[in-house]
Write a protein that binds this ligand. Structure first.
Ligand SMILES: [Mg+2]
Length: 329
């Protein structure tokens, strides 16, 4: 294993792979009651504490060719993003991630260099999220297939979770983190213009969800919350429908987010990215009053004759277009 750069999975045993990647996944902390990991990797299963008798669980799989392209993302990017997507879901419930399970299914020709890089990205992200990999699995796959699946567990620290269904008329809707940056980075990559804004491309490759703001919002009394995985309008719509309310986004509040992207992708694309760009993993929540660190985007009102949903400047989205949205400001 000295020169792992040239090796493929077919050339090494599972034990050798694990021996190689375990050090990269190592947490800053060892197993302890304080971190909730009572028994870590290496036994038949991990053993995690659930101090309040309840825990959060979520899972997410990404597949080569569907969710990433090797031309655009390194193994480390893929691992980092997969961890952050899961941790953002835990944060969106007002929780803190307590442990991760990782499954890799990969064809025999997959290079050990890529697998090592993946493990490095997973380990880095886990440490950033103050959690650790507590177990995993390695499986073969058909030629060309590479899939990474991550399951995350979390705790709400004794609180009830913040659901999508709790928004109330009179609330404000607010965001922690950016809007549209990942979508803009993806648009640039797609059109071969990544060098225009490396910072946006970096956000697309490695989203940086404001994880601590999730439990922070819960402590501040958030009524509803979601992470922005599929775009502001679509995810706000999920909250609106689950809560039976109308969420009205204020174009003036969106403007700084649009302006921040305009030099990279132009005004029209910037607006599209802010409203519909996916994989940002910022947190969107509703509050009676937004706490520090949250940027108010609009208001929550009672359901009207058009039903529950999202409006922008009072106008509903019609079809696929934004023809009612005045970008001239
Ligand atoms: Mg989510």
């Amino acid at each position: 294993m000295n020169d792992s750069r040239d090796l493929r999975l077919a050339d090494v045993s599972e034990e050798e792979v694990l021996e190689h990647i375990f050090p990269l996944l190592r947490a800053d902390h060892g197993p302890s009651a304080a971190t909730g990991v009572l028994v870590g990797p290496g036994d038949d299963t991990a053993w995690l504490a659930a101090p309040d008798g309840r825990f959060l669980a979520t899972t997410d799989a990404v597949v080569l060719g569907h969710d990433w392209l090797d031309a655009w993302s390194t193994g480390a990017d893929v691992g980092h993003k997969a961890v952050m997507q899961n941790c953002a879901d835990i944060a969106a419930m007002g929780g803190v991630t307590t442990g991760l399970l990782v499954t890799l299914a990969a064809h025999a020709g997959t290079s050990m260099a890529w697998v090592t890089d993946l493990a490095r990205g997973i380990g880095e992200a886990a440490r950033e999220a103050r959690t650790s990999v507590v177990g995993g699995d390695l499986s073969g796959a058909d030629d060309g297939t590479v899939m990474v699946s991550i399951t995350a567990f979390g705790t709400t620290e004794g609180r009830d979770p913040v659901l999508r269904s709790g928004a109330r008329p009179g609330d404000v809707v607010a965001v922690a983190g950016g809007l549209g940056r990942s979508g803009a980075g993806w648009a640039l990559l797609r059109t071969g213009r990544g060098e225009i804004a490396p910072d946006l491309v970096a956000i697309h490759r490695r989203p940086a969800p404001p994880l601590s703001e999730g439990p922070g919002a819960a402590r501040a009394g958030a009524h509803a919350m979601i992470d922005l995985s599929d775009g502001l309008v679509r995810d706000a719509g999920r909250v609106a429908r689950a809560s039976g309310v109308v969420i009205d986004l204020d174009p003036a509040a969106l403007a700084p987010h649009v302006d921040a992207l305009t030099s990279a992708v132009g005004a029209e694309e910037a607006l599209t990215c802010v409203l519909t760009g996916g994989e940002e993993h910022s947190l969107l929540a509703t509050f009676a009053e937004a706490p520090d660190g949250w940027h108010v985007l609009g208001t929550v009102g009672p359901v009207d004759e058009l039903g529950a949903g999202v409006r922008v400047g009072g106008e509903p989205r019609r079809g696929g277009g934004w023809d009612h949205f005045d970008t001239s400001r």
